[in-house]
Design a protein around this ligand. Structure first.
Ligand SMILES: [Zn+2]
Length: 152
């Protein structure tokens, strides 16, 4: 294991307003099961090969050198690569979360992940901002890996 960081707390989803629906839980295919199982335990996994290349999403082999890839713990730290702010959405599972920051973050291990930024005002988000993973429960066994600013 690569785990510099231990498991993190899994937070409950915010209370649902009337007529809102919870966010959809993942229905992972076989290769994604280890990733989603770990999220429920507050762990963020990425794949790594024997030559040290990291990747996400999961594949049987390293996309750089074709060696076998295994799951390892990511540090959970990342840098905002790009983001946008959703200010309207018709989905009853997202409307109550607006404005919602949708971001691409570069994990310190390398892979780029699409996620939400939480606990931050949209106008305070910056490209290059340091963030860390923040899990929100989405089912009994899985949590959505979101990101929150690293305290200064
Ligand atoms: Zn490799």
């Amino acid at each position: 294991m690569n785990g510099a960081e231990g498991p993190r707390r899994v937070h409950d989803a915010p209370p649902l307003p009337e007529k809102a629906k919870p966010r959809e839980a993942p229905s992972p295919d076989l290769e994604q099961v280890p990733f989603w199982d770990a999220t429920g335990d507050g762990r963020l996994l990425v794949q790594r090969c024997v030559n040290g290349h990291h990747q996400l999403y999961p594949r049987a082999h390293c996309i750089t050198c074709r060696e076998a890839a295994e799951w390892v713990d990511a540090s959970g730290f990342a840098t905002v690569y790009s983001f946008t702010v959703l200010r309207q959405h018709f989905s009853r599972s997202l409307r109550h979360l607006l404005p919602l920051v949708v971001a691409l973050v570069d994990l310190d291990e390398g892979p780029r992940l699409m996620t939400n930024l939480v606990n931050v005002e949209p106008e305070d988000v910056r490209v290059g901002m340091r963030v860390e993973v923040w899990f929100e429960a989405v089912s009994d066994t899985a949590a959505l890996p979101m990101f929150t600013p690293v305290p200064a």
